[in-house]
Structure formats: C-alpha cells, structure tokens
Design a protein around this ligand. Sequence first.
Ligand SMILES: [Fe+2]
Length: 294
Amino acid sequence: MAVLAHVSDLHATPVRVRRPLDFAGKRFLGWLSWRVRRRNVHVARVLEALVDDLQAVAPDQVAVTGDLTNVASREEFPEALGWLERLGGPGRVSVVPGNHDAYVAVPREASWDHWTDYLRSDGETGPTAFPTLRTRGPLALVGVSSAHPTLPLFASGMVGAPQLEALERRLRELADSGLCRVILIHHPITEGVVSSRRALRDAGALRAVLARAGAELVLHGHGHRTLFSEVPGPAGPIPVVGVRSASDATDRVEKRAQYHLYEIESRGSGFRIETRIRGWNGAGRFQPIAERRL
Ligand SMILES: [Fe+2]
C-alpha cells in the first residue's frame, strides 16, 4: 500500500515590486489583488501547520498541483522552492505548475527551472518535458502541464495537442504495468465546474484521451474547492478529485485550507483507493475532516 498526499494552490509567496517595469500590464492587476485581498487569504502560518501535519502523518509521496506563486515574478520561484523543500525532497514530492506560475510569459530559467528536480521525469537530465513520469512504489505519477499565459482577467489552461499525444502514448504503455496511474494537473478536467474564463480549454480532448487510454485517478486544484467527480474510462469511470487551497485561512468555511490523503492498494486487477481529508481548524493545526472510498 502507498499513501499519497495531494496539496495544491499554495499561493504563499509574497509579491515584491523590485522592478516596477515588470509589473506593467497583467501583473499589476495581480499585484493589486494580492495586496488588497490574497495576502490575507493565503498565509504562511497555515502552510507551516501543513508542513508539521505532513511530518506527523508521513505519507509516502506528496503531489503538488500548481499555483505555488501569485504573479510568477522572479522572486517568487526560489521562495516557492523553499516551501517545496520543507514538504520534502524531490524523491518524495512531485509538482506540476498552475496558471499563476505562468501568470505572464516568463523565461523558463527564471521560473520553473528553479523547481526542475521536483518537476521532471525520472532519469531526465535536460529541461522538463511534459507529460512527466515519476514511478514511486506502486504509483506512476504522470504530470500534465496546463499552465499557459493568458490575457488579463483570464485563468484558463491549455494542455496542447503534442502533450496530449505524448500523454496517450504514456498511459497506454503503463496500462499493463500493474502501476496505479495517477494524473496530476492543475485545472479541473470535468465539464462545467469552473467558469469558461477559468476552464481548461482542451478538457474535452483530454477526457477523450482518458476514455481511450485509461488512468486510475486524476488529481487537480485551481478551483479552491473540494470536488469529487468522474470521467469515462475504458474499464469504467475514472475518479477525478479537486482539492482546496492548502493555505486559505479565511473564515469562509467552504474554502478553508485542506489537503487529501489517498491510501492506494492493489486489489485484483484494479486498485482500492481510500481518501482522507485533513483541514485547517482555524486555530493552528490540521485535523481529520472526512473519509471517502473512491
Ligand atoms: Fe489556478
């Protein structure tokens, strides 16, 4: 059995305006939103408690589905790396980027390259190519990037045809491996769960890949809400689970920070997957919230 933790949407890197020119355009709106609201919503003390809780719970693996930063400024990527290191080493923590990590077009060496060890496939030595594959015990963690710069006021995502083709090949290759194929992606893939302004633009094409090639579990963030859904697979429905932000400290109970734990065990020709939700209690620590079998 393997225990996989899923955390997302940390948004815990402060936005510092060091070069005002970098903050012309969309980043200015993002900075304003952070300054007025988001910095009071996504707070470091919740992530500190998350780090403590993960240390106590000690899952085998941790998946982080993007939005570690706020406006993808140069200073945010090394700061986000600091949080990843606190969650664990690259052998234990796997990451895909989110739309905030591609808030505007940023040269790769100034952005995700800081996280390369946490992003890239096993054995890969060059820059990260998506989809990624990290095999950890019985898990095949398949990382899909939906992070894609957009116009102001949009937070949509895009996987793109080349990545979808590579994903289908990879999922087919893994189909008879006996490994539990877990897809990590920032944006929800189920239809109609976020507004079109925030949706994955080629979600239909991704669902078609999954319907043909299959997967055992899809994990996403982005919505900052708990979301249990399913998409069709070749051997029955594939569970799709969205997790809340891991750092939300506001009083809105329906958005308060959570993360998920998955106990995954091989069972016959498939897998038994149990979910446990742990959440911020508003008073300094995470505690059990609910359990569910997928
Ligand atoms: Fe997002």
